[in-house]
Design a binder for this molecule. Sequence first.
Ligand SMILES: Nc1ncnc2c1ncn2[C@@H]1O[C@H](COP(=O)(O)OP(=O)(O)OP(=O)(O)O)[C@@H](O)[C@H]1O
Ligand SMILES: [Mg+2]
Length: 403
Amino acid sequence: MSGGPLIRAFGATEHHEERNARAVTRWTTARFNEESASHWLVFMMQILGVSCTGIVLAFAIVQHLELSGQAEGDSLQEVSGLLGLALSYSLSISGRLNNFCNSLLQTEINLVAVERAHEYSTSLPSEKAEPTVALAAANTSSSLATEALVAPSSWPREGEVRFESVMLRYRPELPHVLKGVSFTFAGGESVGVVGRSGSGKSTLTTALLRLAEVESGRILIDSVDLATLSLERLRSSLGVVMQSPILWTGTLRENLDPKGAFDDEQICRALVEVQLAPSAPVAAEMLELEVGESGDNWSAGQRQTICMARALLRRNRVIILDEATSSIDHEADAAVQRLLRSSFKHATIIAIAHRLETILDYDKVLVMHAGEVAEFGEPEALAATPTSRLAALLASEIGQPTG
Ligand SMILES: Nc1ncnc2c1ncn2[C@@H]1O[C@H](COP(=O)(O)OP(=O)(O)OP(=O)(O)O)[C@@H](O)[C@H]1O
Ligand SMILES: [Mg+2]
């Protein structure tokens, strides 16, 4: 009941009580039918069992009457033994029938899960894990060898990100979300991406991570077309902190370093650097802390900070922050900005901004509007131009009471 206080605050108790009562009624109706059907089945099984026992008893009486006329003691004993056996089996028949039906029912119910798993694993379209564009110059058939050719292990070295007329839509029947977006972020530059809601800011991240494939145009990092890389290579080269950070069940150490590639000392240093732990010994104790399902035993701000530590640990050259500091208070936000400047000094930082003031001292600002690049340049110059979109966004933010 995590929403309880909210419901009371809005005075919607009565409405929710009614909804709850309706839901409970629907649940009980189904449950009542299920229980009735099951009791009916048990009753019928018992009738069947009783009938079997009755028939055996009838046979026993008939046999007894027939044999009692004759005086052969041996055959009487033999028949009564058989009848005893038949009776004891017939008495347990209703229980056995019940168990049989129950097992059949449970098997059928549980097989639905197998059916679902089969459906999800075979008929759902999945991402193209392999490169989507074959490299014409590569004279080797193995995609892994091709990948090593286009992107050696040192890639990305500079972290230059270039979009070339990128068009993207989420599904063929939907309109384009990115409409010919072109820009170049130089290596090591920090760029703030701003724009109205729905202007396509997060879609830039989607395109970079190839969560959705671009329809036309290219995205290059250090002159390597991302479509020529496998998803694993691509995604392990980018550090991403999303608005809803992804953590999984396990320990903090497993969440920071799922592949076990770093030693404790490195992980602790990263934890101290992102200020999740005050000192290395405390960080060492924290490594075994449990992370619950989707990390829900950590606050949203802490989860984002854990993702920052993950990016820090991998020393990625390109860091994408999608409204990464939206769940953090101003003080923690300022600390993250300091951290970005000190620890990710050489990395290209693409920050989709929640608070405009945080990106004003970035190297560049990209203003998105309706899926197109509206403005791209130095923040001071754009903010100083009264007709610019950035100036308008800043003015509207200052106008808001909460900022
Ligand atoms: N998974 C999706 N499937 C279909 N359409 C989507 C999907 N994700 C986003 N869109 C659409 O793409 C457009 C741009 O969305 P996007 O999330 O990039 O906006 P944004 O600039 O990040 O907005 P916000 O500031 O609210 O986060 C929106 O019109 C949205 O409806
Ligand atoms: Mg977004």
